[in-house]
Design a protein around this ligand. Structure first.
Ligand SMILES: CC(C)(COP(=O)(O)OP(=O)(O)OC[C@H]1O[C@@H](n2cnc3c(N)ncnc32)[C@H](O)[C@@H]1OP(=O)(O)O)[C@@H](O)C(=O)NCCC(=O)NCCS
Length: 143
């Protein structure tokens, strides 16, 4: 895993489009690369991006903003590996809680988060406006 750069964005956008109903735009990725509170990482294999994760950290909390694995490389532990690495580093840096939102119908992602120990703490009604789906809010205590 290494830090994401501007040059990674075209490849990331391809994965993004294949992964989400409302994919992030180039501008959204550029913004997180410039943000002082954002941490952006990619997993690379054979000079190809296999996955990426973006989180924000503020005070004692972190928030997962985006995570995706290339459709041809899913179910090989890449998503778990990225999450475990960022959670471990954050724990060492004294972060106490990790939050995220996940679509109520996104069972692969919910499975990943549950396996890592995240618990469901609530719902945001109609959070995803294009499908009016609810978001499940999950948290993991790192302290
Ligand atoms: C969610 C995502 C990142 C998981 O990445 P991954 O590398 O395939 O995940 P892993 O191989 O590490 O899987 C870890 C666990 O997650 C769960 N999981 C992953 N994919 C699953 C699926 N298709 N169905 C059910 N459970 C699944 C399983 O519990 C799995 O453990 P197991 O393989 O031992 O059963 C990937 O499916 C993805 O990119 N999805 C599209 C983008 C997305 O939804 N991102 C999350 C937004 S909140």
């Amino acid at each position: 895993m290494r830090t994401m750069t501007e040059r990674d964005i075209p490849e990331i956008l391809e994965i993004e489009k294949r992964s989400f109903v409302s994919p992030w735009t180039r501008g959204m990725f550029t913004q997180t690369l410039e943000s002082p509170v954002a941490y952006n990482f990619v997993t690379v294999g054979r000079q190809k991006i296999l996955g990426y994760v973006i989180f924000y950290q503020a005070g004692l909390e972190m928030h997962i903003m985006n995570i995706a694995v290339h459709p041809d490389h899913r179910r090989q532990g890449i998503g778990s590996d990225m999450m475990q690495r960022i959670l471990e580093t954050s724990r060492i840096n004294s972060v106490e809680e990790c939050f995220l939102e996940v679509r109520e119908t996104n069972f692969p992602a919910q499975g990943l988060y549950e396996k890592l120990g995240f618990r469901n703490i609530g719902r945001r009604k109609g959070y995803y406006s294009e499908t009016s789906e609810d978001a499940i809010v999950m948290v993991l205590s790192l302290a």
